[in-house]
Every structure is written in structure tokens, then in C-alpha cells.
Design a protein around this ligand. Structure first.
Ligand code: 3HC
Length: 283
């Protein structure tokens, strides 16, 4: 199936990055937000990131302008998805919100449209069941910052059919990304491996093994990670890390995924990382 028109639902950190890469690779993108103010913020972030790519000579001015021209903003799901070949949902990691959004998408997207969720850990099979086309439903999991990270983790739900998988695999390649197939289990592969590492790093601080700075230095200098696990947790959002750990903990009923009490306390205090100006570091 030839995907040309894409609807991206949600213009937050992940949604604006996803819209950016589709638009930059020639797809027509409808970016759907709930309020004009949020949509304006998303477009201004995309513009800033495209400008940075121009200044680093990764793209030229014409490509920047074409990319922006490929994006149109919509404030209504029905209107935004009605001609889409592919819908990518990147709304907050909350099952009830996602289900409501998917029911609205399912009502208005064309019958041939593929439905992809950028969820970082919620069951694809469960989200697919809130639509009438679970065979066309798939996980399309991008990584932050989306314009930079090469991976798309493609998650097959219980009923995802081969045609859907192949179309999403081919589309990911057209975005200059590398698709990696995984099956639908809590946290998929990425967050099942990443989050226990971040949680253990938080336990090191919690138990006084080392400061946040020292934990990060160990992992950067000793393991060649581009950023330490605590800086990365701030970058992802401590609330997002906690939500994902809870999905792992509930999903496997295994205490090895229990969130560190320090993480819970920081989220309770509203110290969520970069987005609130403070987490393990101040921004
Ligand atoms: N858009 C476009 N380009 C961007 C960008 C953006 N939003 N953010 C960074 N860049 C580019 C920069 O222009 C720079 O390009 P250059 O190499 O040509 O100079 C390059 O990325 C590196 O950026 P910086 O020089 O500003 O900074 P760093 O070298 O410190 O790299 C980083 C920043 C790319 C974020 C790097 O630290 C990194 O890779 N960190 C790990 C990120 C990671 O692990 N992400 C996954 C998070 S998990 C996730 O998303 C899944 C979810 O489910 C939780």
C-alpha cells in the first residue's frame, strides 16, 4: 500500500518530531491538536528544529520550506483523519485518553487507513480492540529526539496482519529510519530493557551509592552511553518513566519492575525533568 497522506494526533514532544520527519520526507501531514495554542507551539518547535538542521547544513532552505508547507494543522480529529492513509497517534500515555481518541479516529478514517500508535508501553492488542479494525492496527514507536534517532520499534498486536506490517516497515524506511519488529508484550523491547536500567540508577541515588552526577558519569564514560540514565530519565520525563515501570510491574506481576520510591516521590513533587525545569538536574 502506498502511503502518502498521514495524520499525526498530538503535537507534543513525540508528535511534533513525528510530524517533522514525515513532512521532511515528502509526506502530506495533518497535525491534529486540541487547541490552537498547542498546535502553534508544535509548529514553532518543528520550525526551530528544521532551522537547526539548516544551520548545520543537513538540509537546505528549500527543504525546510517544503517541509513546513507539507504540514497543515487541524483542531478536529474527524476533519484531520478523513483522507489519511496512515494515522499515527501520539497523545498522552493514558489508556482512557488513547481509547477515546482511537474510537474517534476509527469512526472517521478511511477504510483502507492503517492505524499506528506511538505508545511507549500500553498494549497494542488492547488499543487495537478499541477499534473495528484490529488487523490494521500496529505500534509505531519512535524515539526522542525523533529527527535524530534511527529506530522505529514496530509492534505487532495479536491481530495485526502482514500487509499492515509491511506497509509500516516500508514507510519507516522512507523516513530514513530503521524498523525493528517486535511482538506485543509489556514495554516491548525498548522500554523493557531501558526502564529497569533507569530505575536501578535511581535506586543507586536513593540508597546513597552515588550522586546522580556520578551515576551518569559511570554510564557515560564506562559504557559509552551518550547521556547518563538519570539525565535521560529527565529528558524522557520522570512521569513517563514511572508510568512505563508501572505497566511493566502490573503486566508481569514481577517485583523486579517495582518503581523506586524516590522516583515516585519526585513525580509526586512535580519534579518531572526537563519539561518542568527540574528532575535529577535543574534546567
Ligand atoms: N531535531 C533535529 N536535530 C536535533 C534535535 C532535534 N530535536 N536534537 C538534537 N539534534 C541534533 C543536533 O543538531 C546535533 O546534530 P550534529 O551531530 O549534526 O551536530 C545532534 O542531534 C546532537 O545534538 P547536540 O550536539 O545538541 O547534543 P548531543 O551531542 O548531546 O546529543 C542527543 C543530544 C541526540 C539527545 C544525545 O544525547 C542522545 O542520543 N541521547 C540519548 C537519547 C535517547 O536515548 N533517546 C531515547 C529515549 S527513550 C524514548 O524516546 C522512548 C520512549 O518510549 C521513552
Amino acid at each position: 500500500m502506498d502511503i502518502k497522506k498521514v495524520a499525526v494526533i498530538g503535537g507534543g514532544t513525540m508528535g511534533n518530531g513525528i510530524a517533522h520527519v514525515f513532512a521532511m520526507n515528502g509526506f502530506k501531514v495533518n497535525l491534529i491538536e486540541t487547541q490552537q495554542e498547542f498546535a502553534d507551539r508544535a509548529i514553532s518547535t518543528i520550525t526551530k528544529n528544521l532551522d537547526r538542521m539548516v544551520s548545520k547544513e543537513k538540509i537546505d532552505e528549500a527543504k525546510r520550506n517544503d517541509s513546513l508547507a507539507n504540514i497543515s494543522v487541524h483542531l478536529d480529529i474527524a476533519d484531520g483523519v478523513k483522507e489519511a492513509d496512515l494515522v499515527v497517534e501520539a497523545v498522552p500515555e493514558n489508556l482512557d485518553i488513547k481509547k477515546t481518541v482511537w474510537q474517534a479516529i476509527d469512526k472517521s478514517a478511511p477504510g483502507h487507513a492503517i492505524l499506528g500508535s506511538n505508545t511507549s508501553s500500553i498494549s497494542i492488542t488492547k488499543l487495537a480492540a478499541s477499534t473495528n479494525r484490529p488487523e490494521k492496527f500496529i505500534g509505531m514507536h519512535f524515539f526522542n529526539p525523533v529527527p535524530v534517532m534511527k529506530l522505529v520499534e514496530i509492534v505487532r498486536g495479536l491481530e495485526t496482519d502482514d500487509a499492515t506490517y509491511t506497509a509500516v516497515e516500508e514507510t519507516s524506511k522512507k523516513l530514513n529510519k530503521i524498523p525493528v519488529p517486535v511482538n506485543d508484550f509489556p514495554g516491548f523491547v525498548s522500554n523493557r530493557v531501558l526502564m529497569p536500567m533507569i530505575n536501578e540508577a535511581i535506586f543507586c541515588v536513593h540508597e546513597g551509592v552515588a550522586t546522580a552526577e556520578s551515576v551518569d558519569e559511570v554510564m557515560k564514560l564506562g559504557m559509552a552511553h551518550p547521556m547518563g540514565p538519570l539525565r535521560l530519565a529527565d529528558f524522557i520525563g520522570l512521569d513517563v518513566c514511572l508510568d512505563i515501570l508501572n505497566v511493566l510491574y502490573e503486566g508481569f506481576k514481577d517485583s523486579k519492575y517495582r518503581p523506586c520510591p524516590l522516583l515516585v516521590k519526585m513525580v509526586d513533587a512535580g519534579k518531572l525533568g526537563n519539561k518542568t525545569g527540574e528532575g535529577f538536574y535543574k534546567y
